[in-house]
Design a protein around this ligand. Structure first.
Ligand code: DCP
Ligand code: MG
Length: 616
């Protein structure tokens, strides 16, 4: 993007977007050719402008860190060296090599399902999606640089013979259910992180049946194939973070086993590029590389003092645990369900009939999921994703509901207030369940907070707390959505239960305070952003304490404040207490004012997103 420093004749060389980042099966791709096509086709579009804005933001962050680094004296570095050494000793002491974790990931999932349905597509360059965005590409198409999240018209330019198949979400859900039937036989508490990915703790299966991790992986792959006719790839390792990295190594239809041995782990990690780690995306990768020269996981340890000097405690814990090859090993406790949600991503549209139809579908799914578990809730949150931001709108109801009709009526009211809008994701979440009446928000969390404090330093827990969400997210230090990372219009439903953690984002809570501030200023109406977690765990609005790692609780708590303020607004009782004043700039009230004064100004139809506004 910085054409002066990168060479004015080949500006695309510095144009790195999600589209140019290699996925499995893209090893032999002519990267420069792809970069050039992506650059030429998106130059002058809103997407391009947004990428430039992101790039400028990252550059600024890097410069800030470089300045901070330059100010460090030898004495400071010696001080942070001691801190780093202490952290490393603590982290090392928490290493657990007794568990065997398996990560499974279906190969070219949506495309493979479509091929199963229409075998004549086999062996052809195929993509699932449309001209505005594609969801995935067959391995044949990947050879041309075509990949998920890319606009279809760019993909077609890269591969003129590309076959487009429209998405059929019900099919993918059906096949996903079949894979889960198999997972259950190996680990009833498996953790599904998306339709096609899951973590299984196979420690017991290995010991009870006298099988190695390698044998279990091969057997599981066979069982999935028998059940679905689809292939998957598997990684086996002593923890989830490593298992996920391993599942990508021999894709498609392969497996990679990392032994439960410290030496094997350290050798594996020594040359592993940091970008391979779930949670380390483009932004974190660039920051670590440009400020500290860190490119491999091992470099994290070599630069441990600077890592501790420049990043927050929790971020440095995470980076050091990456350097040591540590990751989550315990199956997350089956905590009391706090919320139930379902969301669906689709090709962006501003067609209100379509949006209300999608809302009705989602309400139906949520209602049916709730009824299966006999849940009645009274806090309903609507989540909306435009091409640029994620917003949540919530309402606290007078009575507990669970029927589709009641959910839809309330959700419709919330959505109507946002129109006109172009959306690529709608989600609904219900919380505050009937049986929870007797539990205040404070009780369970106070208990967990004491546990948190009793457990002493947060260090050894850092990776346990972060790993499932960040393993499946794109960036640890920065919440990409706030930078409007257009990482794809996933035609993807995501149902989330407490026991199946979603790829939620906690980077805004983990980054340093300056990045948290930036995020607050840019993320619009996201309820999570409105709450500041003072000292990392105290709600700035009411003082409730919720430690890191309690994402569901935090979200629910944010919803609670949002619903409360919306209701106050509705009944014209404007909140004047100190806390709301503090956050006035981002309160729902001020958002509403802004909206009224700039009617439609923020609304950008998806078609315009890729329309060139000028030619350079
Ligand atoms: N998906 C999507 N949008 C994205 C990425 C993925 O809609 N930006 C959907 C389509 C994929 C499915 O999710 O088929 C699973 O995503 P993966 O990242 O696991 O990709 P694939 O399974 O397609 O390929 P791979 O073989 O690399 O796992
Ligand atoms: Mg996959």
């Amino acid at each position: 993007m910085d054409s002066k420093s990168e060479g004015e004749d080949r500006p695309w060389q510095s144009y790195h977007t999600a589209y140019t980042n290699a996925k499995a099966g893209m090893e032999g791709v002519d990267k420069e050719k792809v970069q050039k096509v992506v650059y030429e086709m998106s130059k002058g579009s809103k997407y391009f402008e947004n990428e430039q804005r992101k790039e400028a933001y990252i550059k600024q962050k890097i410069e800030n860190l470089q300045q901070q680094r330059a100010k460090l004296t030898d004495k400071d570095i010696a001080h942070f060296q001691k801190i780093a050494e202490k952290k490393i000793v603590e982290l090392e002491a928490s290493r657990d090599l007794t568990k065997t974790w398996l990560h499974t990931d279906m190969d070219a999932f949506y495309a493979a399902v479509e091929i199963l349905d229409n075998p004549s597509l086999k062996g052809k360059p195929l993509t699932v999606g449309g001209m505005s965005m594609i969801c995935t590409a067959s391995y044949e198409a990947r050879k041309f640089g075509v990949r998920a999240a890319m606009p279809g018209f760019i993909a077609r330019k890269l591969c003129p013979d590309l076959i487009f198949v429209p998405t059929n979400f019900d099919k993918y859900t059906h096949f996903s259910e079949l894979t889960r039937k198999v997972f259950r036989q190996y680990d009833p508490n498996f953790i599904a992180t998306s339709l096609d990915e899951a973590y299984l703790n196979v420690t017991d299966v290995c010991s009870e049946r006298g099988l190695s991790g390698e044998e279990v992986a091969a057997e599981l792959r066979g069982a999935i194939y028998d059940e679905t006719g689809l292939t998957c790839s598997v990684g086996v390792a002593p923890n989830r973070m490593l298992a996920k990295v391993c599942s990508d190594i021999n894709k498609p239809n392969g497996q990679f086993i990392l032994l439960n041995d410290r030496g094997a782990v350290m050798t594996f990690i020594s040359s592993l590029p940091i970008r391979k780690i779930g949670g380390i995306g483009k932004v974190t990768e660039h920051m670590l590389r440009d400020v500290l020269g860190i490119t491999t996981c091992d470099d994290m340890l070599k630069n441990s003092a600077l890592v501790c000097a420049l990043f927050s405690d929790l971020s440095s814990d995470f980076f050091l645990s990456v350097g040591l090859g540590l990751g989550g090993t315990h199956t997350p406790e089956n905590r009391m369900r706090k919320s139930i949600s379902t969301e669906r991503t689709f090709t962006a549209t501003s067609d209100t009939t379509l949006l209300f139809q999608k809302l009705a579908d989602i309400a139906e799914t949520l209602s049916s999921d709730m009824q299966k578990e006999n849940l009645w809730g009274r806090n309903l949150t609507l989540k909306l994703k435009t091409s640029f931001e994620v917003k949540t709108r919530a309402v606290s109801l007078q009575k507990y509901i669970s029927s589709k009709e009641e959910i839809l009526t309330n959700a419709t009211n919330l959505l109507k207030a946002e129109l006109p809008v172009s959306l690529r994701l709608i989600g609904l979440r219900m919380s505050q369940f009937r049986d929870e009446d007797k539990h205040t928000l404070v009780d369970p969390t106070q208990k967990t907070l004491s546990e948190f404090i009793l457990s002493g330093s947060s260090h050894s827990k850092a990776y346990e707390n972060q790993d499932i969400s960040s393993e499946n997210s794109s960036d640890y230090l920065l919440e990409d959505k706030n930078l409007c990372e257009s990482d794809g219009s996933r035609e993807k439903e995501h149902r989330c239960f407490t026991s199946e953690p979603e790829s939620s984002s906690k980077r805004e809570e983990l980054g340093d305070s300056s990045s948290a501030k930036d995020i607050n200023e840019t993320c619009g109406g996201n309820a999570n952003c409105e709450i500041q977690w003072v000292d990392g765990y105290i709600c700035s609005k009411c003082g409730i304490e919720l430690p890191l790692g309690f994402e569901e609780e935090r979200r629910e708590h944010a919803d609670y404040h949002l619903a409360q303020s919306l209701q106050q607004e509705e009944s014209a009782h404007v909140a004047h207490d100190k806390v709301y004043h503090k956050l006035e700039h981002s309160s729902p009230k001020s958002r509403k004012k802004q909206k009224a004064s700039s009617q439609g100004a923020k609304f950008i139809p998806i078609d315009a997103f890729f329309t060139k506004v000028h030619h350079c």
